[in-house]
Design a binder for this molecule. Structure first.
Ligand code: DC
Length: 232
């Protein structure tokens, strides 16, 4: 780990567009990318494979410590995720995995185990870290912090399109309900609740095209940092 590598944290609720934004910004800067939600999803999927009860914190803590999670970068595409050597990329994106991740993410035992693993992603030339508590808990000393939001309706629409494009059957109504329920759970949990870091810049993406969001976020970084990237 290099504590000196700069970090840009991008936190916010499900469906605000953090993943796409983070990968595009990381691509522009030539920085590494951490999808922290994928870690919780991976443990949720592994729990399903092993038949571990989502209400058993100690078994989940042990599972989180022993599960090997590897990311293979595919540029601006979602990275491939290998869970104990098995390609779980598609399974990770299902609503079942999302619901399991949300339940697991409420457990301090599991969050604790993942702190060091997440910090290890901080390597030169820099890191874009996407999640819920990147700017508050994992990288409180990050140089640049963004809190990304969008209306719940817009987030449900985006998720609907994303899942439908992948051939996953869902209803818009069902998704909206799930998004609201997950927001409430993520915001109300006692450990690392979803909230902006005091020094984060809030960016609302409702009705804003992704290209404009990318430019807005890049504009928060000093020009010397932006110029360091591979494509500028
Ligand atoms: O971003 P996502 O939908 O892949 O996240 C899945 C779940 O994990 C979501 O309910 C919130 C939780 N999570 C978290 O608590 N902390 C993070 N840093 C990332 C995700």
């Amino acid at each position: 780990m290099s504590p000196n590598a700069p970090v840009l944290t991008i936190d916010g609720p499900s469906g605000a567009g953090k993943g796409t934004l983070s990968r595009r910004v990381a691509g522009r800067l030539g920085w590494h990318y951490l999808d922290s939600g994928a870690l919780y999803r991976a443990i949720g999927v592994a729990a399903g494979w092993e038949g571990i009860d989502l209400a058993d914190p100690e078994a989940l803590r042990r599972l989180a410590s022993r599960t090997e999670i590897r990311f293979e970068s595919l540029g601006e595409e979602e990275p491939r995720v290998l869970v104990d050597g098995v390609d779980a990329t598609s399974e990770l994106r299902t609503e079942t995995a999302g619901a399991a991740a949300s339940a697991i993410a409420a457990l301090p035992e599991v969050r604790e185990v993942l702190v060091g693993r997440q910090r290890a992603f901080r390597r030169p030339p820099g890191l874009v870290a996407d999640g819920r508590d990147m700017g508050t808990v994992i990288f409180p000393d990050a140089e640049y912090k963004v809190f990304l939001t969008a209306s719940a309706e817009e987030r449900a629409h985006r998720r609907f399109k994303q899942l439908r494009d992948k051939g996953i059957e869902v209803t818009l109504d069902g998704l909206l309900r799930e998004i609201l329920a997950r927001d409430a759970r993520d915001a109300q949990r006692p450990v690392a609740p979803l909230k902006p870091a005091p020094d984060a810049v809030t960016v609302d993406t409702t009705g804003v095209p992704i290209d404009a969001v990318v430019e807005r976020v890049l504009s928060l970084l000093p020009e010397s940092v932006r110029r360091g990237g591979p494509q500028t």
